[in-house]
Each structure stands twice: as C-alpha cells, then as structure tokens.
Design a protein around this ligand. Structure first.
Ligand SMILES: [Zn+2]
Length: 255
C-alpha cells in the first residue's frame, strides 16, 4: 500500500485473527461485522474508537482493509435497471475511496446555519446507528439518530430539542451529514454497455469485505481439511505454514 499505514497485514497472527472474526461474526449484523473486522486486524486502536468513528471514516478503513488483505481490485455485479442486462464491472479500491493517509479520529462537531436555525451536530458513528433503532422514538430511527447526533439546536436564539426540528431542517442536517462524510453512502457510476443507461450504484463495503472473508475462510479451512486428513497435522500447525508451503503440499497431493 502506498500509504504505509496498513503495512504488515500478513502472517499467521492476522490469519488467526481473521478466522476468529469470521467464526464469531457469522450471525452478527453489518455494523458489528464492520467493527469486529477492523478490531481483528488493527486491535491496537481499540474497539471504542472504531465504534466512535464516523461511518464514512470507518468505511474508508474497511476499503483499506479490503485492499490490503484481498487486493486493490473490487468486482461488482449489477443489473441494469433499464434493460435488465447483467453487468460485471471492476474498479480499484483506491479510485472508489482514497485510502486514509493517517488513522482517523472521531470528528469534531459541525455547525449548520439554516434560516433562523443554528444547529450543532456530529456525524453519526457506528455507536449511534446501533443505538438508533427507533424504539424510544415511536419507531422512527431517524428521530433516534438526530436525538443522539444533534448536540444543540436554536431558533432565533431559543433552544429547541431534536424532536422539535421541522422536516426541512431535518433534511438539511441529513444533507450536511452526507456532504461531510461522503464515504458513508458511497456510490459508483455504472454505464450499461447494452443500452447506454447510466446510474450510480451503492457500494456496500461491509458486505463486500464480508463476502471476501467468507470465501477466504472457507478455502483456507478446506486446505486444512485436506492436509490434516493426509498428514495428520494439527489445525494449528497447518495454519502456521506460510500460504506458499501449504500450496506446495497441496500440489504434491494432487500430483
Ligand atoms: Zn441496460
């Protein structure tokens, strides 16, 4: 990686951490998976900090994780909404989302002035999303999120709480959040070669990394299975082999 902040993502310790994450997060939801994966690979930053990062900053780290572990190239499959053509496209992770040049920190609160309103808010984090089920806000997760992320709201100098904000102001806060944290809702431009229709498709990096991890873990355990059955080596010993040596023995078995 050109940034250097993700160097050293190889070796048995990382493989073991990733296998453990794969095992324990299989039933987890996307936010827990995102945090669990980042914490497995870069535990020195602490779970609390990963949870407190804005969604876009967190996802930028997931792009870096993806590129460092599984390669720069992202492949996606989409169906053209105009003609139904199935499209396979690929692009570089760094082109979709520039790699962070330093480890992100939770962001400072932002200020939004809109007409008579002055709003102080912070960008939503994984913690906020996990706590914003809407249970306490009449089933409205956006209201829950605003209650957590709007730190102060004034109209003509008089304080209001987040539940009193008119729809227009809520929308403006949502727009401002997206503007300041664009990777949180990352979209890639796609053009259908069959009919020329162009649109922007959402790219869900959490789901993408998880799928790659799932493939990797299943392939690795299948290798362990073959080697253990043939040589009666322990799982631990097989996982401690470098991928090159593992491949060598597997090739011998197939020769
Ligand atoms: Zn088309």
């Amino acid at each position: 990686m050109s940034t250097g902040i993700a160097s050293g993502l190889a070796g048995p310790a990382i493989a073991e951490a990733l296998l453990h994450a794969w095992e324990t997060l299989r039933q987890a939801g996307p936010i827990e998976r995102a945090i669990g994966l980042l914490d497995a690979v870069w535990p020195e930053h602490g779970r609390d900090r990963w949870r407190a990062l804005s969604i876009g900053d967190r996802d930028a780290c997931l792009f870096l994780l993806q590129a460092s572990l599984f390669g720069e190239e992202l492949k996606t499959v989409a169906t053209c909404p105009a003609c139904g053509e199935r499209l396979e496209s690929s692009f570089a992770a760094g082109a979709a989302c520039p790699s962070p040049t330093h480890w992100p920190q939770p962001r400072e609160p932002q200020q939004l002035d809109h007409g008579p309103w002055r709003i102080r808010y912070r960008l939503p984090s994984s913690d906020d999303l996990m706590s914003s089920s809407g249970d306490d806000d009449g089933g409205d997760p956006v209201a829950s999120l605003l209650r957590r992320c709007v730190l102060a709201a004034e109209r003509d100098g008089r304080a209001h709480n987040a539940a009193q904000l008119p729809d227009e102001v809520r929308r403006r806060i949502g727009d401002a959040m997206s503007e300041h944290d664009p990777v949180a809702d990352l979209r890639v431009g796609v053009t259908c070669p069959a009919c020329g229709h162009a649109w922007s498709a959402a790219l869900d990096i959490v789901a993408y990394v998880w799928e790659e991890l799932d493939d990797w873990a299943q392939d690795l355990l299948a290798e362990v299975h073959v080697l253990a059955r043939h040589y009666a080596w322990s799982e631990r010993d097989i996982l401690a082999l470098s991928p090159v040596r593992r491949r060598f023995y597997l090739d011998l078995l197939q020769a």
